[in-house]
Structure formats: C-alpha cells, structure tokens
Design a protein around this ligand. Structure first.
Ligand SMILES: *Cc1c(COP(=O)(O)O)cnc(C)c1O
Length: 320
C-alpha cells in the first residue's frame, strides 16, 4: 500500500481550494500577554459547514471515479463529518446517504438534510453502525467514506495546516485537537515537510486518552466511548492509517478535562467573540494548561469547529 505523504496534501489542496474557504487567522493580544507567547488561531470554525471536515470530505469525493460519482457516497456520523460529506456531495452533485443515531441533535440532522443528504436512522444502543454502514453501502452500491481512517481524508485535513504555515510562516509549535487522528496526521505530514523543526502536539479529552495510551503502548489501544463535552473527540481508537503517522511524527499527546475546555470556550466567546464548540477548544485549553511549554514560542492552533446548539452552548458557559 502506498504511504500517505505531504505531496498528497499539496494535491488535495489544488483540488479543493476552489470550493473551501481559506479561513482567517485570528490573534488575541490579551492571550499573547498572558502566555508570553505569540499565538495564531486557524479558524476552521468559520469553514463551510462550520468545521474542517469539509476539506477531507471534498477531497475524498473529488477522487471518486465516474461510477462512484453516479452511485454516491455513504457516511456514518452524528457530527461534523456528516455535514462535511453532505455539503461536499451537494457541491459536486453526488448523491449522499448519512447514517445517524435516531437521538442525534435535531440541528445536526436538519443541517445534514438541508445540504441535500438522505438521513437514515439507527438505534445506537442496539445496533452497530459499522455493520449497518457496510450492509447499506453494499445494498446501494455506494462508497463508504469514514471520518478519519482514509488516505484522502487525512490529505484533505492537512490542507488547513498548509494554509496556516503559508499565512504565518515559521512556527515553533502547532496544537491540534485529536479524535480519530485525521486532522493530526494531516497536520504532521504537512509540518514535517514545511517546518521540520516545528513541534506538533495532539490534544485529547482526559477521559478519552486512547491516543496517549496508544503512543505509550506502541500499538492502537481501544477504549469505551468516553464521557466528555468534546463530542467530536468521543472516538474509541485511532485508525490503522492515522496511528502510524502519529506514532512516527508527533511530539507528544496531551490531555485536558471538561472544565479546562469550558474555560477555553469562555475565553473564545468573551475575548475573541467566537463561538467555538467544545472539541474546537482542545488546542487553546492545552495552552492555558501547559503554559510553561509555550512560553516565548510562536504557536499555531487549529480551531477545529464551531457547531453547537445554542441552548447547549449557553448551558455549558453558564453552569458549573
Ligand atoms: C472531527 C473533529 C475533531 C477530531 O478530528 P479527527 O480527525 O477525528 O482527529 C476535532 N474537532 C472537531 C470540531 C471535529 O469535528
């Protein structure tokens, strides 16, 4: 099997750049003063569909052959991958079906449907979505695109770091939220090529530290679905494609707890006027937690997404 490399990220960028937003870089003088560092936020919360997942989804669909385009794409996700796939499919005129738990947030179901995908429901407590996904893909002859363990997804996600580095130049460190590792793996391939001495950290919720465990064990460790407000990182293991890249290149994997995530969310809202979903706050939360690590450094942080129900957002910010 061909290994994924930075040239795949470059190719992905050429293909997707006419459709994706080159998201802005934001800074906060207050934060720079507080941390005695120079922080650059790559705002994928402003990406189309509200998260970076659109990049990888679009790249995957652009690599479909004629028959695949005709038959369409199938995805299972209750979160941002569903919306990324749905919107990418709409952009390219490809049919899409998305398998979602019947108790998924209404706003996410509606957004996915509004982008033109057909939503198929399953019971997440009694049914296995991977089995259903495989069966449906076979039945409809659709191509199943997973949310992180796929070469085109990894390459597509790496384009956010490519833009970040092109826009701000040299960086000492990059901080990236970690779920299944598509974003981290793509970022690592990019940073290793463009800035070989830049450190790259993956940040996980404390309760879902399978990445940290995997790195220590030297093999993929599987955990139960973690309890955390960072729903985009409620993943039970890294992937067979993402883990080797992470193992080879990551500087370290660090964790933050829900309270630390909440404090970062509040900072984004109060100081930077940005609505960032809990999983999108992992990077900033880790900077606030590991301040001695970043003192005096020039740092890039990928703000991975901003999709959250307003009621839930208000609840998280106001309750303790
Ligand atoms: C999917 C997602 C992540 C994690 O990305 P992986 O590629 O699965 O590691 C982080 N933040 C947000 C907002 C996401 O949607």
């Amino acid at each position: 099997m061909k290994t994924i490399q930075y040239s795949d990220v470059v190719q992905a960028h050429e293909k997707i750049r006419q459709h994706v937003k080159r998201t802005e870089i934001q800074t906060s003088q207050t934060l720079n003063n507080l941390l005695d560092a120079e922080i650059y936020f790559k705002c994928e919360n402003f990406q189309k569909t509200g998260a970076f997942k659109f990049r990888g989804a679009l790249n995957a669909l652009l690599n479909f052959n004629v028959l695949q385009r005709q038959k369409g794409v199938l995805a299972f996700s209750s979160g941002n991958h569903a919306q990324g796939i749905a919107y990418a499919a709409k952009t390219l005129g490809i049919p899409a079906k998305v398998l979602m738990p019947e108790d998924a947030p209404k706003s996410k179901i509606q957004a996915t449907q509004a982008y033109g995908a057909e939503v198929i429901f399953y019971n997440r407590y009694t049914e296995n979505r991977e089995e259903i996904g495989k069966r449906l893909a076979l039945e409809y002859e659709m191509t199943l695109i997973p949310s992180y363990n796929h070469a085109d997804i990894i390459a597509g996600q790496g384009t956010a770091a490519k833009e970040l580095i092109e826009d701000v130049g040299e960086l000492d460190q990059i901080f990236v939220g970690l779920g299944g590792g598509g974003m981290l793996a793509g970022t690592l391939l990019t940073a290793k090529d463009l800035l070989p001495s830049c450190e790259v950290y993956g940040i996980e919720p404390e309760t879902g530290n399978d990445g940290e465990q995997s790195l220590q064990a030297g093999k993929i460790i599987q955990i139960d679905t973690p309890k955390t407000i960072a729903d985009g990182a409620q993943v039970t293991s890294l992937g067979s494609l993402t883990f080797p890249i992470i193992q080879k290149y990551v500087t370290d994997i660090k964790t933050v707890n829900d309270l630390e995530i909440k404090q970062a969310m509040r900072f984004f809202a109060e100081r930077m006027k940005m609505v960032v979903e809990p999983t999108g706050c992992l990077g900033l939360a880790s900077l606030l937690k590991y301040q001695s690590l970043c003192k005096g450094k020039k740092i890039g942080v990928i703000v991975t997404g901003g999709n959250i129900d307003l009621e839930r957002y208000a609840q998280i910010l106001t309750l303790n």
